[in-house]
Design a protein around this ligand. Sequence first.
Ligand code: AMP
Length: 621
Amino acid sequence: MSENEPFIGIDLGTTNSVVATVIDGVPRVIASRTGQTLTPSIVAVARNGKRLVGHMAKRQAITNAENTAYAVKRLIGRRWGSLEVEDARKVLPYELVPGPEGADIRAMLGGRAFAIPEVSALVLAELKADAESFFGRRVTKAVITVPAYFNDGQRKATRDAGRIAGLEVVRVINEPTSAALAYGFGKQMEKKVVVFDLGGGTFDVSVLDVGKSVYDVIAVGGDTYLGGEDFDRRIIDWLVFSFAQEHEALDLRQDKMALQRLRDAAERAKIELSEGQQAAIHLPFLASGSDGKAALHLDRQLTREKLEDLTRDLVDRAIAVADRTLRDAGVRVSQIGEVLLVGGMTRMPRVQQAVKTFFGREPSRGVHPEEVVALGAAIQAHALLHPQKGKEVLLLDVTPQNLGIMVVGGYFATIIPRNTTVPTSQSHLFTTVQDNQTTVRIAVLQGASDKAMENELLGEFVLEGIRPARRGEIEIEVTFDISADGIVGVSARDSATGTRQSITVTATSGLTESEMRRILEENLDEQLTRRQVGDFERLRDRTRTVIVEIEALAPAVKEALARSRFGKDAVLRAEEVVARARAAMESGDLQQMIGVEEQLDRALQLFKGLAGGAPPGGKGA
Ligand code: AMP
């Protein structure tokens, strides 16, 4: 690629997303076309069928809750029917349905089923468009971040989202590592750093050894179901419960619009309580009473103390994960040189206090918690795409969860233990368990349990053509490869015959290759229509200006024609062209607009000439 081909780093968050780049060696956040640095990770289909993304989608969320998808990061790469998904379905105002294979999840928006990576792709495409507007040219190369605790399926699905958005994802990196990169940028430090990242939907903690040019992740831990959304939910539950007590057990959660208003109000109150001690929650006309007529209003005061009460266990859970991760890393609290707070939720004073108490030191707030991850991603993109001699930065990340296969008895055999540095490749020998067994089914799993069923199934394949023999006689070598992205490839080989089967584990992304192609094609159509809409709008604005000019010249032209023998019908013809142009503007049809453009231009030139302006073809025309 050329030295100045633009590239971006994207923090694809649960609540908000951020895009950044590096310019002249300096990482910086790219503001959206409307001037904001955070783009809500929200996608909606409006009543007129139009797709809305970001702030536009957020603004209409209350009145169109059932067609507005938010927090899809909690669903990406997950399986239909899993506990987490069942839990999410209870509170999400938009409908979830199983995908065609029954394995993944689709969100129903405006009557169409969207694969989750497709929803994320719309957010990514919006950020890409913001970057393109900033650079004034096409941008394709990107590094995207994911929670360190994301498994293979979640990573793969995030990569798919990038592909659907028209991005070439050069690397998927972990959010805490990315934050550390941005923090350490240009600092020449050497210490152990803990990144405590509590975002909108996920919690991640990483312990890193940061050297001058090496970022060595020693251990990661986390919970992909712990974040700001859970704090909001506690407030919502509290409001719903007390409302039900007052109003004959009326359950506000049954009303999607009321639920969306509660969500907004809960988040606002939570954020207010990071500054003040009290937040007023006032939601007029939230429901109607049992007679169906009287309007019911909700009015509550939430104190900081009450909020802390409602969410104490969530904070405790995060600290417990931090504790376990430190132990995994074999690092004592006293050895930690820096604790970085990342993610919007770490602005909550109680969270900061808990971190301070646990680590026995003031956490660092020298970085912007919402932007630091995207900045790190941009730094990584820069390092990968424009490696500079002598300035290389080595990023050594680890795999977050045990990886292995199911063995006889339904047990889980770990092949690569968690916190192993990636990329890595490891093999293990297994044997057949039945006499004359000619096939073996390899189920690839990721998780912490020694029971296969309790772990996440990443994919399965069958090794065939094994030489018939007594059980235990045949050796099968199973090899796991994990790329620097954390994406898993598995192969199995019959040591005797050399028969080999392999897969890149793709199952949980949910999208088959043919489906992916269909989505890519559809997306292209959508982009094309969008471009046409954009072109039409530009042309319409220009046409409007030309008409104004023509009309302004008309009196002078008429006066000139009164004294001339030529061009008597010019005004009539111009009027005709203007009428046609107006009709084209009304039609919304790009071709019609293009058709009339030239005639309109000619009419303007003629008018300019007739009115005594510059003659056609003359200077200053
Ligand atoms: P992130 O994914 O890092 O953008 O984090 C978003 C989460 O942080 C959301 O749940 C927000 O409600 C929450 N958040 C943002 N600002 C604050 C604040 N000042 N106090 C508490 N929570 C906040």
